[in-house]
Design a protein around this ligand. Structure first.
Ligand SMILES: Cc1cc2nc3c(=O)[nH]c(=O)nc-3n(C[C@H](O)[C@H](O)[C@H](O)COP(=O)(O)OP(=O)(O)OC[C@H]3O[C@@H](n4cnc5c(N)ncnc54)[C@H](O)[C@@H]3O)c2cc1C
Ligand SMILES: *[C@@H]1O[C@H](CO)[C@@H](O)[C@H](O)[C@H]1NC(C)=O
Ligand SMILES: *[C@@H]1O[C@H](CO)[C@@H](O)[C@H](O)[C@H]1NC(C)=O
Ligand SMILES: *[C@@H]1O[C@H](CO)[C@@H](O)[C@H](O)[C@H]1NC(C)=O
Ligand SMILES: *[C@@H]1O[C@H](CO)[C@@H](O)[C@H](O)[C@H]1NC(C)=O
Ligand SMILES: *[C@@H]1O[C@H](CO)[C@@H](O)[C@H](O)[C@H]1NC(C)=O
Ligand SMILES: *[C@@H]1O[C@H](CO)[C@@H](O)[C@H](O)[C@H]1NC(C)=O
Ligand SMILES: *[C@@H]1O[C@H](CO)[C@@H](O)[C@H](O)[C@H]1NC(C)=O
Length: 524
């Protein structure tokens, strides 16, 4: 005899199944005979459902038994599957979540509070590089590593300015802004996008011309998931020298880290724009086993080591960079170095879709407008040592980032920013209390940092999704709720995003915890 519990489970399962059954019928009915959708449909009763879901979970906080699961996954194999999913989801009033690389810090692409299905884009990942025109078409399901590798196959003097983690997906990364270590020379990924393909709320496959400049503007930083499903982007490749130089130099507090960090703040955004020096502040064991602060200077220079040393000698001699700290290499190898592979690792590790490590994590972000005083830095070190498990990464702005107008694309953080800060806590065990502990640490540090960072609004980077900044409850997307996080992510561009959203998706079908809201209905 079946235990009572199992009977209940079976009953509720069958209810779920019947609810999704008519949706599946609709999908099958909308499928083109030449591209059957049946092979793309995963229901929870299929053995591989969990592994398909888990394959692109990139934050272990959302890989627990209590994490809400979709009732269905559609792993689109063709544009028509995207169109069918959108059309049928609307007739069945269902919540869609769109996932490309799954790197959303808050799991927004595959978790929801309401019943939902996932449209998974990983199969749509073709990349076509055209060196002659210095452009490429890249599908949303491709990873950054695949993009970099395909460029390398065709040219050793081209690259693309995007993120440093090779498993990040194009769909979320490009549509949310996308930055990397060439940002001071070439701007963001979205500053180098020239066309796109998108399936809109009516199920139409549009390109730049047919979607119009407003919608094309919105999906270059405003987040694709508020506006439609991005199928692909056309990007402009950028030129890189055959030889670039990288270095990674660390200084502890005992090695005058504070003085050097202080100087970094005065030069990092003004340096030669071929030079990007990331600064990471964290806590390590000192020589006497006491914790101490460590500042790591992590750099890419688009040139050789001789030129780099002369730039450093002129602008930042305090770091004491020596030729023996530098490695000259190719641009594609510099990508590996920046993601902590040893130089000399075969370039095709960039094709691996499996991240080097997976952890439980929490991220937050801030913008620094003015150098922090040495006294301020001393206080920050004290706090970092007290909290111990949160690191701060400073990414310098300036260069091209200051030249591009704040309203060119939805990403608004341009001139006037010295650096962006990322707060990072990583941990390796589950459980609610452990999770609360680490999330609390990031919140404490964020609160402590208030006097040192941007105000009114306290700005944040949209691709560093942080639900602490506010959410749309149950995806109802109240305009007031959306404005709270929207102004932080988009500043003055928020209003234009809302107008475009209201025009292209007035029913707010494309919604999530931090989507762009529609304008409230005017009173009659
Ligand atoms: C390890 C790691 C390193 C990172 N490094 C960087 C970095 O160097 N620079 C940087 O800028 N960011 C970085 N990020 C942040 C990253 O850019 C964002 O998390 C980005 O949104 C991830 O894109 P994705 O496709 O992998 O994520 P997903 O989780 O699949 O998607 C993220 C968001 O975009 C939406 N979306 C995804 N695909 C589509 C689509 N095809 N159409 C419409 N909407 C879509 C999702 O619904 C979700 O809201 C990093 C993140 C991680 C986890
Ligand atoms: C399938 O499509 C046909 C014609 O397009 C329509 O009449 C029928 O109702 C559809 N069936 C389902 C289950 O959606
Ligand atoms: C995610 O959870 C599943 C089920 O508990 C587990 O088998 C899998 O190993 C987890 N993934 C990772 C990367 O830890
Ligand atoms: C730190 O700075 C002091 C004073 O400026 C100097 O004497 C000392 O040599 C420096 N230490 C290191 C390790 O650079
Ligand atoms: C410092 O060392 C102790 C033991 O030697 C270790 O448990 C601890 O994790 C270390 N701390 C850091 C920040 O590495
Ligand atoms: C730095 O520049 C100064 C003055 O131009 C020069 O004397 C010195 O040798 C240089 N140092 C290095 C390490 O290149
Ligand atoms: C990097 O540079 C250092 C110092 O010049 C050198 O010893 C080392 O071999 C280089 N590493 C690689 C992999 O080239
Ligand atoms: C985290 O912070 C909340 C709110 O301040 C508190 O209630 C909770 O006990 C903290 N949890 C842990 C594990 O520190």
């Amino acid at each position: 005899m079946l235990p009572l519990l199992s009977i209940f489970l079976l009953l509720s399962l069958s209810r779920q199944v019947s609810a999704s059954e008519s949706f599946i019928h609709c999908l099958l009915n909308h499928s083109q005979p030449s591209h059957p959708i049946s092979a793309a449909i995963y229901t929870p009763n299929i053995g591989s459902f969990s592994s398909v879901l888990q394959a692109y979970i990139r934050n272990l906080r959302f890989n627990t038994t209590t994490t809400r699961k979709p009732f269905l996954i559609v792993t689109a194999l063709h544009e028509s599957h995207i169109q069918a999913a959108i059309v049928c989801a609307q007739t069945h009033n269902l919540q869609i979540k769109i996932r490309s690389g799954g790197h959303d810090y808050e799991g927004v692409s595959y978790v929801a509070e309401v019943p939902f299905f996932v449209l998974d884009m990983f199969n749509l990942r073709s990349i076509h590089i055209d060196v002659e025109s210095e452009t490429a078409w890249v599908q949303a399901g491709a990873t950054l590593g695949e993009v970099y590798y395909r460029i390398y196959e065709k040219s050793n003097t081209h690259g693309f300015p995007a993120g440093v983690c090779p498993t990040v997906g194009v769909g979320g990364h490009f549509s949310g802004g996308g930055y990397g270590n060439m940002m001071r020379k070439y701007g963001l990924s979205v500053d180098n996008i020239i066309d796109a393909q998108l399936v809109d709320v009516k199920g139409r496959l549009l390109n730049r011309k047919s979607m119009g400049e407003d919608l094309f503007w919105a999906i270059r930083g405003g987040g694709g998931a508020s506006f439609g499903v991005v199928v692909s982007y056309k990007i402009k490749l950028v030129r890189v020298p055959e030889i670039v130089t990288v270095f990674k130099v660390a200084k502890t507090l005992e090695q005058n880290a504070t003085d050097i960090v202080s100087k970094w703040q005065h030069v990092a955004d003004k340096l030669d724009e071929n030079l990007f020096i990331r600064l990471i502040l964290d806590v390590v064991n000192g020589t006497n086993k006491e914790n101490t602060g460590r500042a790591t200077f992590f750099a890419l220079f688009l040139g050789d080591s001789g030129q780099l040393l002369s730039v450093m000698n002129k602008s930042f001699p305090e770091l004491g960079l020596k030729k023996s700290d530098c490695n000259e290499t190719s641009w594609v190898q510099s990508v590996l170095f920046w993601t902590n592979f040893a130089l000399g690792t075969p370039n095709d590790v960039l094709l691996s879709r499996v991240p080097q490590t997976l952890t439980y994590l929490k991220r937050k972000s801030d913008y620094v407008k003015e150098p922090i005083s040495k006294a301020g830095l001393e206080l920050i070190w004290k706090k970092l040592i007290e909290l111990k498990y949160v690191a701060l990464t400073f990414n310098p702005y300036g260069g091209r980032m200051s030249e591009i107008p704040a309203e060119a694309v939805p990403f608004p953080h341009r001139a006037g920013n010295l650096a962006k800060i990322q707060y990072a806590a990583n941990w390796n065990e589950g459980g609610e209390e452990v999770t609360d502990y680490y999330i609390n640490l990031t919140r404490k540090l964020y609160s402590f940092m208030t006097p040192f960072v941007s105000k009114y609004p306290r700005e944040a980077f949209f691709n560093y999704k942080d639900l602490d900044l506010g959410i749309n409850h149950n995806g109802k997307a109240s305009y007031q709720e959306g404005r709270v996080y929207g102004i932080k992510y988009f500043k003055g561009n928020f209003n234009r995003l809302v107008e475009i959203k209201t025009k292209v998706d007035p029913g707010n079908f494309f919604r999530n915890e931090q989507s762009i809201p529609t304008l409230p209905n005017k009173r009659k």
